[in-house]
Ligand binder design. Structure first.
Ligand code: SAH
Length: 353
C-alpha cells in the first residue's frame, strides 16, 4: 500500500478527476464508484472496466479493508455489534440496531476519543487517530454485505454515535456524509443520517453552514454548566447557552430540529429539580429530548437511574410540553455501550502479550 492512495476516501469529484488524469471517459468514474460502494475488495473484480485500466488503478490506489474480528448478536436478536480491525492494527466498533422501521447502523468516526466524558468507555485510552472518510464508508459497506448475506435489509439509517467525536474529525466526517448520499452509490437521504456531538460549538456552526438536512444530536446530559462540568470536560470550553444558540442557528439553516441526548445517572443528574430546570430552559425550543438509560461501564462508578426515577424525569418534561422520547435499549448483553467491546479486546491483547 506504500505510496498508494485510498480510493474509498475520494469524493465522486475526486474519482472523476483521477479518471480524467488517466485519460479515461468520465462514465468510468460512475462504474468505479458503483463497484466500490457495492463492496468489491479488488480492482480486478470491476469486470466492466478494461483490464489495462484495472491494472493502472491497482498501481495507484488501494481499497480500504476492514477485517471482522468479532460479531455478537444480542439474545433478543435486536442488535449486532461488529469489531473491525483496521489496516494499522487498530480496532473500531459498529453496531446494527434492528427497529421495526428498518436497520440502523451506529458508526465510529475516530479510534478512541479525546473528549473525556466521565461515563463513556470510548474515551478511556484517549484519542489514537481520526478515521478516514473511506474507513467510515467501509463500515457501512461491510455491514451491508453481512446483512445481505443473511437475507436481511440493508442499512436504512446511519447514526454517528459510535466511538469518537465526529465534529473533532470534521472534514472526514462531512466528506463521508456526502459520500453515502451519492446517488450511484448508497443513495441515502440526508434525513436518514444523525450526527451526535458532545457540543463543539464552532463546529456546530460550521455544520449549519453546510446546509445538509441531517439530524444534529447534542449530548447535553445536564441542565446547567456546573453539573455538566462534573461529567463532561467539554463543558468548560462551551456553555449550554452557546450550545442552544448554535442549535437555534442549525435549525434556522437546515429546518431540522436538534435532538438533546440526556443519559440519566443515578443521584447525579436525574433529580426532579434537574428535570424542572431542563424543562424551563427548553420550553418553546425547536427540539426533541432523548432520554438514555446509562450503560454502566466497568471500572466507572456511575449507576443507572431506577425505572421509577426515569419515569418521573420523563413525565416532568412531558408536563412542560417538551417533546421527549426514551431510547429503547438494545444489545446490553453484547457490551452495547460504545467502546466497551474495543476495550475488552485491548485488555485481552495486553494479557496475551
Ligand atoms: N462523541 C459524540 C458521539 C458518540 S457518543 C457525542 O458525545 O455525542 C454517543 C452517545 O452515547 C452520546 O450521547 C454519549 O454521551 C452517550 N454515551 C456515552 N457513554 C454512555 C454510557 N455509558 N451510557 C449511556 N450513554 C452513553
Amino acid at each position: 500500500m506504500e505510496g498508494k492512495q485510498d480510493i474509498l476516501s475520494l469524493s465522486s469529484e475526486e474519482v472523476q478527476q483521477a479518471v480524467q488524469a488517466l485519460g479515461q471517459p468520465h462514465y468510468r468514474a460512475q462504474q468505479i464508484l458503483q463497484w466500490l460502494h457495492r463492496g468489491v475488495k479488488s480492482f480486478d473484480e470491476m469486470t466492466d472496466l478494461p483490464k489495462a485500466l484495472r491494472e493502472l488503478l491497482a498501481e495507484r490506489f488501494y481499497i480500504v479493508n476492514l477485517r471482522m474480528l468479532d460479531k455478537r448478536t444480542s439474545r433478543a436478536g435486536d442488535a449486532t455489534k461488529y469489531l473491525f480491525l483496521l489496516e494499522d492494527g487498530n480496532t473500531i466498533e459498529s453496531v446494527v440496531m434492528r427497529y421495526n422501521y428498518g436497520n440502523s447502523l451506529c458508526l465510529s468516526t475516530q479510534v478512541g476519543c479525546r473528549m473525556g466524558c466521565k461515563f463513556c468507555a470510548s474515551t478511556i485510552g484517549g484519542l489514537v487517530r481520526n478515521l478516514s472518510a473511506g474507513e467510515m464508508l467501509a463500515q457501512v459497506i461491510e455491514v451491508n454485505s453481512d446483512l445481505e448475506n443473511s437475507g436481511e435489509r440493508r442499512v436504512g439509517n446511519i447514526v454517528l454515535m459510535g466511538i469518537g467525536e465526529p465534529l473533532d474529525n470534521y472534514d472526514n466526517t462531512v466528506k463521508f456524509i456526502k459520500m453515502v448520499h451519492y446517488p450511484q452509490g448508497l443513495n441515502m437521504s440526508y434525513r436518514r443520517i444523525t450526527l451526535s456531538t458532545c457540543g463543539l460549538v464552532p463546529k456546530m456552526m460550521d455544520l449549519a453552514e453546510e446546509g445538509l438536512p441531517i439530524t444534529l444530536s447534542v449530548s447535553l446530559h445536564a441542565p446547567n454548566d456546573e453539573l455538566r462540568k462534573l461529567i463532561m470536560p467539554v463543558a468548560s470550553a462551551y456553555s449550554i447557552d452557546e450550545i442552544f444558540k448554535a442549535s437555534r442557528y442549525y435549525f434556522k439553516k437546515t429546518g431540522r430540529r436538534v435532538t438533546f441526548e440526556y443519559a440519566l445517572i443515578s443521584d447525579l443528574n436525574d433529580r426532579e429539580r434537574d428535570a424542572i430546570e431542563l424543562a424551563r430552559k427548553l420550553r418553546g425550543f425547536p427540539c426533541h429530548v432523548n432520554i438514555i438509560p446509562l450503560n454502566v461501564v466497568r471500572g466507572v462508578g456511575y449507576k443507572r437511574s431506577s425505572p421509577a426515577v426515569v419515569e418521573r424525569f420523563v413525565s416532568v418534561l412531558k408536563s412542560q410540553g417538551i417533546a421527549v422520547t426514551k431510547r429503547r435499549e438494545l444489545g446490553l448483553d453484547i457490551e452495547g455501550a460504545c467502546g466497551q467491546l474495543r476495550r475488552s479486546y485491548i485488555k485481552q491483547a495486553e494479557v496475551e502479550r
